[in-house]
Ligand binder design. Structure first.
Ligand code: SF4
Length: 327
């Protein structure tokens, strides 16, 4: 993969809170802290995998990063340029450079539009090309994602889930982005198709020097595609490290529990490995526990865990962990 030392994306203390009203006529008096002070960076040409259980805030983080949701506070830097305060007009050139591939290839494509219209739409919105150049570009994109030219005049319902996701990827690539948020791009697909889509994303990254934020709850796929991995729990990052380091030297009790649930193909190794069963459910982000958000499910919790929220600490080589008992 194309790798440099330059950060394409930097996120600093990003927060996204949603106001929640109790009833129709009541004033907003509670906040759902979907993303609560997260910081990370992604180098150009690399992939940051973001993992965690459903509802941990990873999708909200991705959407806020693209300003599909307005951040509550914090900084979003793209090539060092802060994006969080730009007006919609000022943001337009950056929208072209930062795209998203959505989780559900069934819902994310307009069923009334042909494949050509879907892929051509961003070309029109950003006034990239028209006429023959536009048709040529659509043909090129369709073939780039492994579809055929005669698919251009067909409608989304005529395709399989994997093919629809390829259409979504072609749409994202139409504007020649530098950065793509891949939001659970394989979770709605058959297992047999998932690897094909991930391999294609890797090939595209290599070819065009793309940078990805890859959001998923599939830890084995995240390991395969990511250079760096961040683990989120209840709106916060609890551990972040290079992928190999995280998977071989995980430190946070939540990361250990998540990884212990990943199936191991080798039966001998699988027998020796210990599965850690998490107790209870994820607490509501409307009413998170005090101190460490994981304390209600953590087998290692000590008194401090119920009072003080642990900050991310660098354990060396950029491996950061937020836990009172890890030193
Ligand atoms: Fe468990 Fe305490 Fe560490 Fe939180 S800070 S993960 S509760 S040991």
């Amino acid at each position: 993969m194309t790798q440099t030392t330059e950060n394409l994306i930097e996120v600093k203390h990003l927060k996204k809170y949603f106001d929640v009203k109790k009833g129709l006529f009541s004033r907003s008096d509670r906040q759902l802290k979907a993303v609560d002070d997260i910081s990370f960076s992604i180098k150009k040409g690399e992939t940051l995998g973001l993992v965690g259980e459903s509802g941990c805030g990873k999708t909200t983080a991705g959407r806020t990063l693209l300003r599909l949701y307005e951040p509550t506070s914090g900084q979003i830097l793209f090539h060092g340029k802060p994006l969080e305060k730009l007006t919609h007009k000022e943001l337009l050139p950056y929208r072209k450079k930062m795209q998203m591939i959505f989780q559900d290839p069934y819902a994310s494509l307009d069923p009334r539009m042909t494949v050509g219209e879907i892929i051509g739409d961003p070309l029109d919105v950003h006034r990239i090309c028209k006429g023959k150049d536009r048709s040529d570009r659509i043909r090129e994109l369709v073939e780039l994602v492994g579809l055929k030219r005669d698919h251009i005049n067909r409608y989304p319902h005529e395709f399989s889930g994997g093919q629809r996701q390829r259409i979504g990827i072609a749409r994202a690539l139409a504007v020649e982005p530098e950065f793509i948020v891949c939001d659970e791009p394989i979770s709605a697909l058959d297992v047999s198709i998932q690897a094909q889509v991930v391999n294609m994303l890797e090939d595209l990254q290599e070819r065009f020097g793309l940078t990805y934020l890859f959001i998923s709850h599939d830890l084995s796929m995240v390991r395969h595609i990511s250079h760096k991995v961040g683990v989120m729990y209840l709106g916060s990052l609890v551990e972040i490290a290079d992928a190999h380091e995280l998977y071989t030297n995980m430190q946070h009790p939540y990361t250990k529990a998540l990884l212990s649930a990943v199936p191991i193909p080798d039966p001998d190794l699988a027998e020796k490995s210990e599965r850690i069963h998490l107790q209870g459910d994820v607490p509501s982000p409307l009413d998170p526990p005090p101190g460490c958000a994981f304390q209600t499910r953590c087998a290692y919790a000590v008194a401090a865990c119920r009072e003080v929220k642990p900050e991310l600490k660098d354990m060396g080589n950029g491996h950061q962990v937020a836990c009172h008992i890890v030193s």
